[in-house]
Design a protein around this ligand. Sequence first.
Ligand SMILES: [Mn+2]
Length: 333
Amino acid sequence: MAAAGDQYASRLDEALRFLREHDDFLVVSHVQPDGDAVSSTIAVRWLLDRLGKRSLMINEGRVPPRLEFLPHAGEIVNYGERKPDRRFRAVVAVDCADFSRIGLVRELFDESYVLLNIDHHPTNDAFGTVNLLRQDAAATAEILFDLIERAGFALDADAATVLYTGLLTDTGGFRYSNTSPNVMAAASKLLTAGVDAYQLADRLLERMTMPQLKILQRGLSRLKFTEDGRVGWLYIVPRDLEETGASGEDLEGLVNYARNIDGVEVGMLFKGLEDGSVKVSLRSAGAADVASIAQRFGGGGHIRAAGCRLSMPLEEAIRLVVDTVRQSLHPTL
Ligand SMILES: [Mn+2]
């Protein structure tokens, strides 16, 4: 909590008060949960256990297979598979930038529900009854680290493992620009508490499934560049997923192969969808503002990472977006 001021400390206290005041919580994260979302769900449950509170962890869908090894991940209910036949009044939402990210799980909220919103997305619209937001946190797990420390509980290996996983995955393995002194200080304490850093890095960053490798092979075989080499892109169609056995989450990171080539300023992944539309992921290697490009097509995001969706044939979408990006890099032409 080194970089945080009094205001942050009082917001941590307010969040703890919320957890102490209520009982029988529903703990939710966003649809298609990532490492930070799953880890933060488990960390909240861990804290509620320490406070002697009842809780149920739930998500609209399943925990991705690569995260199933996390302690207590198997206790997160998949709402799509098993719907609890009761409602909850007290809710904790983690890593959700806005209310809609909670997905269908909102059907379980009581009419008079109260919600603690814990998140690090800059675009979070403070949809909670109580909001614990810190946009300079690298991960929601970083905020939960502070919350648990503030509550005065000593971390065990399980809690440390999930918190470390949130930090590791949301910083891309301590590589992104959000890798702050605070993150490293927290990581250091988590290692002291018993995290197996090698095992987590190996499982979460190095290991690949065979379908992941096959979809990567296909994607790379289609890499194309503009003549000046400043724009790179690749595409995936629904048939690729069928034939390789890959799932949507296996495409995560594919766009970076286009962006990472020397000289490339904008890398893109075009994903043809079953409904005939095209989802575009844009990544900037430096100066180019891909959020403003995505906005022109009704999308959005961050300056260096953005996305949009187009309703047109794949070839047309590629031509249109590549041309737009090319022109944005040569504003004088
Ligand atoms: Mn996150």
